[in-house]
Design a binder for this molecule. Structure first.
Ligand SMILES: Nc1ncnc2c1ncn2[C@@H]1O[C@H](COP(=O)(O)OP(=O)(O)OP(=O)(O)O)[C@@H](O)[C@H]1O
Ligand SMILES: [Mg+2]
Length: 343
């Protein structure tokens, strides 16, 4: 970055690019205001295979990245020359998929002579809450629940986090996807399980996850196995069972504890605000539960809009803004990382 003379603005115009999995996304923000937010998804093709095929994802990103960026700039009414920085996911994710977005962003930043800001995808999920509330400021406690991660974090400043605990095995989203498969629902399973659960009652007895344990640890593998065993037993015995009741029972067993522990952490850490991020936070049952528990404890709750819970580029631009303000820019030699530490 030594060849770029930067005059930092308080409300820069930032282009965000996301390509870590099956969504090619681009968004433009000015300060915390979203000017555009575009996605081209290969999820429909991936659904044919019951999950994401990395090579198909990479090829789809290559086809889509230029178009989705052009759409985002057009919708925002912004010329490339007006951009102040390009923020891009560099990890974690599918290596080939990440490389497409990262290489594109590097070319753009280099060509325009503006900073490149490499963003950790998970930090992006957590920064989605900033787009929801102009006034949101740490300290707060945040609940992360996505396809690959489940954790509770104490956010001390915009760049300083402490992980209070997380899952010992599967992530919450992963558990939804696996249970969806057992219930013959399509991928990604979360929204389908939620829709089915609305038609059922939480009447199937499933193990509560590590409820009696202290701290902020979760485990989804026992719960998932209990659902699989329940369904297989019923089928082997030829007994009637309700898919909707299983969905509702799993949903409450999987999500109640997340909301309870997030609120417990906020009280323990003496913060007055709870936020959340990641695909599972799009779940209406969880949002209501968090809202009720926070309300009862007098805590402020800031949840990203549902479309900013699953992968999107506005959240990457939002974390880009945090890093821009902190002067945390990336060299053009930045590489894509399939694995990155949570924070
Ligand atoms: N309404 C919902 N209820 C429950 N889970 C949901 C809902 N909507 C999406 N999900 C789950 O969220 C996950 C996708 O979230 P996200 O896009 O954040 O994950 P990811 O990018 O694959 O993983 P990560 O962000 O951890 O790398 C999927 O597992 C999906 O089933
Ligand atoms: Mg994600």
């Amino acid at each position: 970055m030594s060849d770029i003379v930067l005059c930092k603005k308080q409300n820069p115009i930032i282009l965000g690019i996301e390509s870590s999995c099956d969504e090619t996304a681009a968004a433009v923000i000015c300060g915390r205001k979203i000017l555009s937010d575009e996605i081209i998804s290969s999820a429909e093709v991936q659904a044919l295979y019951g999950g994401v095929v990395p090579e198909i994802a990479s090829r789809a990103h290559t086809d889509a990245v230029d178009e989705v960026t052009a759409r985002a700039l057009k919708k925002a009414g912004i010329e490339r020359g007006e951009l102040d920085a390009v923020a891009v996911t560099y990890g974690a994710g599918l290596l080939g998929a990440l490389l497409v977005g990262l290489s594109f962003a590097k070319g753009l930043a280099y060509g325009l002579g503006i900073p490149l800001i490499g963003v950790n995808h998970i930090r992006g999920h957590l920064a989605a809450a900033y787009l929801e509330d102009e006034t949101l400021k740490p300290p707060f406690v945040t609940l992360l629940a996505s396809g690959g991660h489940t954790a509770i974090l104490h956010v001390k400043t915009e760049t300083e986090f402490e992980a209070l605990g997380g899952t010992l095995d599967d992530a919450a989203g992963e558990a939804f996807d696996k249970v969806a498969r057992v219930l013959s629902l399509p991928y990604p399973g979360g929204p389908h399980v939620e829709a089915l659960a609305r038609e059922g009652k939480s009447s199937v007895s499933l193990p509560k996850m590590l409820k009696g344990e202290g701290g902020y640890i979760f485990s989804y593998s026992g719960l998932k196995t209990a659902v699989i065993n329940y369904v297989h037993n019923k089928e082997q015995r030829g007994e009637e069972w309700s898919r909707a009741d299983v969905a509702a029972s799993f949903q409450s067993a999987a999500l109640d504890i997340l909301a309870e522990k997030a609120v417990e952490a906020a009280i323990e850490r003496k913060v007055s605000t709870v936020t959340a991020g990641g695909g599972v936070i799009a779940n209406g049952y969880l949002r209501e539960k968090l809202s009720a528990l926070c309300g009862a404890e007098g805590l402020k709750l800031v949840l990203p809009e549902k479309k900013h819970c699953t992968d999107n580029a506005a959240m990457i631009a939002s974390e880009g803004l945090v890093r821009y303000r902190a002067g945390l820019f990336s060299p053009l030699s930045l590489n894509a990382e399939a694995y990155l530490p949570l924070l």
